[in-house]
Design a protein around this ligand. Structure first.
Ligand code: SF4
Length: 81
């Protein structure tokens, strides 16, 4: 069974543009010209998961969201791929 990668998302309403996320996770987050984060790639590589979790914990506005993908539906069920 293959492991599915975490996805990184920023809540733009909660974010105050402090920029810690881009300092802690520059591989996936950069800042726009106003200092607000842009996620360059929402898929978090396994090697960066610990840093991504630290980034989410350090955000003073809890605006860094790490989401696990939903597990696939069992085969033979409506909507299963
Ligand atoms: S650390 Fe949090 S509040 Fe600061 S820019 Fe990143 S997402 Fe926004």
């Amino acid at each position: 069974m293959t492991r599915r990668a975490l996805r990184l998302r920023i809540d733009p309403v909660a974010c105050d543009g402090y920029g810690y996320c881009a300092e802690l996770l520059p591989e996936l987050v950069e800042l726009d010209e106003w200092g607000y984060p842009i996620v360059s790639d929402p898929v978090v590589p396994t090697a960066l998961e610990a840093l991504a979790r630290r980034c989410a914990t350090a955000c003073p506005r809890n605006a860094v969201l790490l989401e696990a993908p939903a597990p696939p539906l069992p085969a033979g069920r409506p909507g299963a791929r």
